[in-house]
Design a protein around this ligand. Sequence first.
Ligand SMILES: [Zn+2]
Length: 431
Amino acid sequence: MKPHNAVASNVYDNAQESGYETQEKPHPHQQQASVHTSDDCDNKKRKCSSLEEHTFVSSTDPLIPCVLAHWGCRDKIRRSEVHEHCLTKLHQNCLLLCIHHYVLTIHAGMNNIQISADRSKPTKTDSDLSYTESISDLYEQNTQLYETLTILTGGIQTLMQDATRSTNDFAYLTSSVNQYCQEKVKLQQAVEEQGVQLRNIQMNQDIIQHELTLAKQTMNNSQQANYDGTFIWKITDVAKLKISAESGRQPSIYSPPFYSSFNGYKMCMRLYLNGDGLARSTHISLFFVLMRGEYDAILKWPFHFKVTFCLFDQSGQQRHIIDSFRPDVKSDSFQMPKTSMNVASGIPKFCPLPMLMQDENNYIKSDTMFIKCIVDFGEIPKMILPYTLSLNIGLPDYVQKHMIKTEIERRNQLSSQSQTINLPSTFQSCA
Ligand SMILES: [Zn+2]
């Protein structure tokens, strides 16, 4: 037995094969190919958007009359729309009419058979026999018809169940799709929010990184910081810095800050490796910078202490380049700093460039130079400076100070002796 679902379409197949009104009338489009409006279509449910489409649909899925046409269902339908058509009220009414008719016919046939059988019992002639046979045939035909109808009815029921199930499935799918759409929107929002958060985190990270760099710098500075008014500045990568200065990309560099005491003046050096102003390209310029410090408010201003710079000779020959200047107390550079640092002031022509540019010079070795700044708070005699700068800086501070004090006394003694015996001073730098 074929599955019930197949019955309905088989009925249509049979209808078509048997020439059951399958001759299609020429379609309006074929009659008036030049003017096409979709209202011309026989099929009101499927509108063709063009003549080509219409012709294609007509040829692959032609209009056929409903199998219940004789029972009043006069619609013409396409095979692809049979299921849809079977659910229409008109078709179902016609179907009920048809079933009702057949059921009545069968009952009537069966009653007739019973009556005929009863009548033919007493005397059976030849004509009675043939009549009985034809009745049996009729009975068999009726039985077959009844079976067909039962199958047809079952098929229709299955179709209706399928339709209900499909409607439910469709409703469920629609609600699922809606739900997914809502979830998608939510997800998109979440992704956007996360993007914003990520950008914020990135920004915060940059700020933290910047602050970390500053903190590292401050820590390095405070580790290197001196609190006695002197500072030895170690400058590395001189060649690179020199190129930067020459190109004007970075004309000057600053030393880390140092202090005159724990609560004292905050200062640093500023070095132009290719010179500044009039000394540009001829000398290196070295300046002193007063920086804004924590205790400026209770310090004495203007700053008036003598500043000495010393570029170290690294050959051990003690040919240091030493120069000093006294602050111009009227200059803004030496008033209490109002910004993070005052305008630099110092010695523009500290050292001629050619002296440093020789390959075998004693001041830049291994691409490194050392510059010392000494702020003189104790009025160190100028003559003693070379001596103080020649001392081994590896010696403890108190030893160096003692040696300087002894040297000053020795020189004073020599000076007074020379005045007494009128002999010239014989100073020699202690190597
Ligand atoms: Zn129909």
